[in-house]
Design a protein around this ligand. Structure first.
Ligand code: TYD
Ligand code: MG
Length: 449
């Protein structure tokens, strides 16, 4: 019998699963056209059969708690749930140019521990140039341009840092594999090896990853399953602010956001985001209103703008930035059916100013009122905030954490609030803001227009 040297497998670029046969659709994640061929050597390295000890839970609990290392950036700590955990694997994703390398370098500087920054994308000199620009204290930071996995591991062993940054996973390769850097098999293998190293040596590893047009981290989703925390950095080229979110966090809450401003000497934390988002707000113009959004546990006031105009050609356009497109369609239907505003032949544009993205239905009332305000050419008072989920019957439904949102509005000098009647409780009543509880959108319209 002849021994097969190389086995062929088909690897899915979306989920990282492998299959013996090619398929048009990945049997695992059901994506189309993502399987491609890879050769794997059948000479698998046999692991030393070293069995890990099991531990008794009370012993683990009574041991020293795992340490959280503050990153030196309050906004980043908030998203991480209080700092970087030693031995954790963190993935930082974002589109090119958003500021991932800048943030990673800030963190290296801020942690005040021995750190190793591995950049296969830029030379040591280029990183040093950026480090000078960011005013990084150089005494505990090692730089390397290594892109071979074994080399990286040797560096980690030699320097024994507490934090390692891999910038980026798409440029790191294991040369014993028969594929190019950035390919699913490389990313999977490198991710796995880095995971082993981080747990073995109790070193925190921050992996930078580029994001594809669809918004997922390029390469297998697999990587997201392997790591402890997934952070995404978001930002719009037109604005200087950058938003850091966590999509997964084994050691803290997700949905927290950190807000930064990109300036000529790096990322600066924004302590009061509402003021920033409302800085250029338009008053006395039909179609705008203020919505107190909640990002994690943190309230941020945003301006909602709508513009409604007669559609001149064919199908009317509906366009939305920062909110769910289908939900906007539903709100327009509510305006048409319940409020008797003719929207059928109108173009509707809605924009959440400042590039913030909101998935919370609590924004419905603000969006529906802004749209109506533009349709009727009737401006909404400037010192009012609007909150509430809108249902298909035109009712205003309860929302979460009303009190937090209103406290922020009060701090920023807002005087009135239209809120869902069902969300009003004693704590809410104590806030010094003129409350207008409503049950239906039409009640809100009576107050506004
Ligand atoms: P970078 O961190 O290189 O982005 P990424 O690693 O995500 O690709 O940042 C790129 C952008 O940030 C670049 O367009 C220049 C800008 N920038 C500043 O505005 N100020 C700074 O201090 C730095 C370092 C970068
Ligand atoms: Mg970079």
């Amino acid at each position: 019998m002849t021994k097969i040297k190389n086995k062929i497998v088909f690897l899915c670029s979306a989920c990282g699963d492998d299959f013996p046969k090619w398929n048009g659709q990945c049997p695992s994640c059901k994506e189309w056209g993502t399987l491609s061929e890879f050769k794997v050597s059948s000479k698998k390295k046999r692991r030393k059969t070293e069995i890990r000890e099991s531990k008794f839970l009370p012993d683990v609990l009574s041991g020293a708690p795992v340490e959280r290392i503050p990153t030196g950036l309050k906004e980043a700590d908030r998203v991480l749930g209080g700092g970087l955990l030693s031995g954790a694997l963190v993935l930082l994703g974002g589109s090119p140019g958003v500021g991932k390398s800048t943030l990673a370098l800030h963190i290296c500087s801020g942690i005040d521990r021995k750190a190793l920054y591995i950049s296969a994308e830029e030379s040591e000199e280029q990183i040093a140039l950026r480090a000078r620009r960011l005013n990084v204290k150089p005494d505990h930071l090692h730089l390397s341009g290594e892109n071979e996995l074994d080399g990286i591991i040797t560096h980690i062993e030699r320097i024994s840092p507490e934090l390692v940054v891999i910038d980026s996973i798409q440029t790191v390769m294991n040369s014993s594999l028969d594929s190019l850097p950035g390919s699913p098999s490389q990313i999977r293998d490198c991710g796995q090896r880095l995971l082993e190293i981080s747990k073995q040596k109790n070193v925190t590893i921050l992996i930078v990853g580029h994001v594809t047009k669809e918004g997922t981290i390029a390469g297998p989703k697999m990587l997201e399953h392997m790591v402890d925390t997934v952070l995404y950095m978001d930002g719009d080229d037109r604005y200087d602010h950058r938003i850091l979110r966590s999509a997964k966090n084994r050691f803290g809450a997700t949905h927290e956001v950190g807000i930064f401003n990109m300036d000529s000497d790096g990322l600066k934390e924004v302590a009061n985001p509402s003021e920033m988002f409302l800085a250029e707000r338009s008053v006395d113009i039909p179609g705008t209103s203020i919505y107190p959004s909640l990002e994690g546990t943190r309230p941020i006031l945003v301006e909602v703008q709508a513009l409604v105009s007669n559609a001149n050609f064919g199908t009317p356009q509906r366009n939305v930035n920062g909110f769910d497109y289908k939900r906007l369609g539903m709100l327009i239907a509510v305006l048409e059916k319940r409020m008797e505003l003719a929207m059928g032949a109108k173009d509707v544009f809605v924009n959440l100013v400042g590039g913030l993205r909101v998935d919370d239905p609590a924004a419905d009332l603000s969006i529906i009122c802004s749209t109506a305000s533009s349709t009727m050419d009737n401006p909404i008072e400037e010192n009012i905030v609007l909150l509430g989920e809108v249902g298909l019957a035109g009712e205003v439904r309860s929302i979460s954490r009303l009190e937090h949102r209103l406290t922020e509005a009060e701090t920023l000098g807002f005087k009135k609030a239209i809120v869902p009647a069902a969300s009003v409780n004693d704590k809410v009543k104590k806030i010094k803001i003129d409350l207008h509880p409503v049950k239906f959108v039409k009640d809100a319209f009576k107050i506004l227009f």
